[in-house]
Design a protein around this ligand. Structure first.
Ligand code: GAP
Length: 459
C-alpha cells in the first residue's frame, strides 16, 4: 500500500462491513425485519471462514496428548451459575439518559457517543456531567429462560454466558473416562450468550457469539510455569495464523475477576482501537472448589505417585471465535495500487482490495477459470474443479474478463486462482496465480491436488 494512499482507520471499518455484506461474509440477523441488535448471521463465505477459525483452533488445542475435547450442553443446571458466581457477580452497571432515553454502561461513558443524533461528536460522559443520567443500576448479563411449560422461578435456566463451566462440571467424567493424569486440559468451543447493554463495533461485542476455551488442570505448585507456557503458546498461534506482530500486544490485568489470581489479554489493534481477543487466566481452584461446595461432589485429584490428594488449579485460555474472526478479517484487509491492462492494450492503475487471509483460514482455497469459453477450456476447467472439490472448497467462474475474476477472488481472500488457457490444450499445464504476490507459475494439472495440499500444510 503506497504511503500516500494509507486507508483511514474509520474508513476501514465501513469498507470491511460493506465487503462482508457484498461478498456474503456477514449479514444482519433478521435483516428483512429491520435486524436484531447485537446478532449477526454468517453468509456462505463467512460460515467457511468461521469454521476454519474453529477448526485450526481445535486442531491446535486438542491434537495433543494431554488435552481432551468435549461439547457440553448450552442449558445447564441453574445451580451451576450460582456456584460459578455469575448469578451474583456477572453484571454491568447501567444508566439511562433521561433526555434521549439511550442506555449506557456506566463504566464506558467516555468512549460512548451521546444517543441524541442532534449532538454530533458529543460523548455520553458530557451528558453525565450535566446530570442527565439516572442512578447506576446493576444489570445481570445472563439471558434467562424457562424449562418446561411453567414460567416460574423454579424453572429458570440460563443460556450459558461462557463455555468454561461445562468443562469444570465434567472434570471427573473426563478424567476417569480418558484416564488422563495431571497436568491435562479440556477444550470446548461453542455458543455463549450475554445480554450486553451496548453492543458495538460490528462483531466485536455481540449478544450471541462463540467461544474457544481450554481449561488446563494442574498441580497448584506449578501455576506460574503453566501460566507462562499457555501465554506463549496462544500468542504464537495467532502469529502463525497470519496476525501481524505489530497488531498484537499484551494487556496485564491489575483489577482481577473474583476467580482469578493472574490474568492477561492478547489484544489486537482493531480499526476502532485495541481490544481483547483472548484472555489467559490463572483461575486457581476457585471453580472446582465452588462446584464441590454447591454439588456436594468432590472434584479433586489423587496423585498415585506422591499419594497427594488436592483440588487442581486451572489455567484457562479463553478466546472468542467470532471476535477472532473479526480480528482475522481486519488483519487481512488491504488495498494496493496495481497496474491494469485496458482493452485497447494501454495500461493504467487501479486499486485492488485483497483479503490476505492465511490459506488455512481462507473460505475458498482455489478458484478455477477457463480463460475463454471455447475450444473445450470450460470442460477442462469443470473437470479440474470437480477433482479438487473432493478435498478442497473450490469455486468455478467463467463469467467476465479474467482480470475481473481475479479481483473478485482477491476480495474473498482466495489464495490461488487456476486458469485453463490455450497452452493447456497442448500440454495439460495450467497457470496458478498466488493472491498476495500475484505471481503466476505453470504446473501440470495433475499436480494441482499435491500443490494445494503442500500450501495448506505449510504453516
Ligand atoms: N471463561 C472466561 C471468559 O469468558 P471473557 O474475557 O469474558 O472470559 C473470553 O471472554 C473471550 O470471549 C473474549 O476474549 C472475547 O474474545 C470473547 N467475548 C466475550 N464477550 C463477547 C461478546 N459480547 N461478543 C463477542 N465475543 C465476546
Amino acid at each position: 500500500m503506497p504511503e500516500n494512499n494509507k486507508i483511514k482507520k474509520k474508513d476501514i471499518t465501513d469498507k470491511i462491513v460493506s465487503l462482508c455484506k457484498r461478498r456474503g461474509f456477514i449479514f444482519q440477523s433478521s435483516e428483512i425485519y429491520g435486524g436484531l441488535n447485537g446478532c449477526y448471521d454468517y453468509g456462505p463465505l463467512g460460515v467457511e471462514l468461521l469454521r476454519n477459525v474453529k477448526e485450526v483452533w481445535w486442531k491446535e488445542m486438542t491434537f495433543r496428548e494431554n488435552v481432551e475435547g468435549i461439547d457440553a450442553s448450552i442449558l445447564m443446571h441453574p445451580r451451576v451459575w450460582e456456584a460459578s458466581g455469575h448469578v451474583e457477580h456477572f453484571s454491568d452497571p447501567m444508566v439511562d439518559c433521561k433526555e434521549c432515553k439511550a442506555r449506557f454502561r456506566a463504566d464506558q461513558l467516555e468512549e460512548s457517543d451521546c444517543g441524541n443524533k442532534g449532538y454530533k461528536g458529543r460523548k455520553a460522559v458530557k451528558c453525565f456531567e450535566e446530570g442527565k443520567f439516572t442512578e447506576a443500576r446493576n444489570f445481570n448479563l445472563m439471558f434467562k429462560t424457562f424449562i418446561g411449560p411453567l414460567e416460574e422461578s423454579s424453572s429458570i435456566v440460563y443460556l450459558r454466558p461462557e463455555t468454561a463451566q461445562g468443562i469444570y462440571v465434567n472434570f471427573n467424567n473426563v478424567k476417569e473416562s480418558s484416564r488422563q493424569k495431571l497436568p491435562f486440559g479440556i477444550a470446548q468451543l461453542g455458543k455463549a450468550f450475554r445480554n450486553e447493554i451496548n453492543t458495538k463495533n460490528f462483531l466485536y461485542r455481540t449478544r450471541e457469539f462463540e467461544q474457544m476455551e481450554m481449561q488446563f488442570f494442574i498441580n497448584p505448585a506449578e501455576d506460574l510455569k503453566w501460566f507462562e507456557y499457555w501465554k506463549e503458546e496462544r500468542m504464537k498461534w495467532f502469529i502463525r495464523m497470519g496476525m501481524k506482530k505489530e497488531k498484537l500486544r499484551w494487556h496485564v490485568h491489575e483489577k482481577l475477576a473474583h476467580y482469578a489470581k493472574a490474568a492477561v489479554d492478547i489484544e489486537f489493534e482493531f480499526p476502532f482501537g485495541w481490544g481483547e481477543i483472548e484472555g489467559i487466566h490463572n483461575r486457581t481452584d476457585y471453580d472446582l472448589m465452588r462446584h464441590t461446595e454447591f454439588s456436594g461432589k468432590k472434584l479433586e485429584y489423587f496423585d498415585d505417585v506422591t499419594k497427594d490428594r488436592y483440588i487442581p488449579y486451572v489455567i484457562e485460555t479463553s478466546a472468542g471465535a467470532s471476535r477472532s474472526f473479526y480480528a482475522f478479517l481486519c488483519n487481512a484487509y488491504d488495498e494496493e495500487e496495481v497496474e491494469k491492462e485496458n482493452s485497447d492494450g494501454t495500461k493504467s492503475s487501479e486499486i485492488r482490495t485483497v483479503l490476505r487471509l492465511h490459506p488455512l483460514l481462507a473460505p475458498v482455497k482455489a478458484a478455477v477459470f477457463p480463460l475463454v469459453n471455447r475450444d473445450g477450456m470450460q470442460e477442462i476447467a469443470v473437470k479440474i474443479t470437480e477433482d479438487l472439490r473432493k478435498k478442497f472448497k473450490v469455486f468455478y467462474d467463467d463469467s467476465g474478463a479474467v482480470g475481473r475474476r481475479y479481483r473478485r477472488q482477491d476480495e474473498c481472500g482466495t489464495p490461488f486462482c487456476i486458469t485453463v488457457d490455450s497452452e493447456t490444450l497442448y500440454d495439460d499445464s495450467v497457470t496458478i496465480r498466488e493472491r498476495d504476490s500475484m505471481k503466476q507459475e505453470r504446473i501440470h494439472k495433475d499436480r494441482l491436488n499435491e500443490y494445494l495440499n503442500s500450501k495448506l500444510n505449510d504453516n
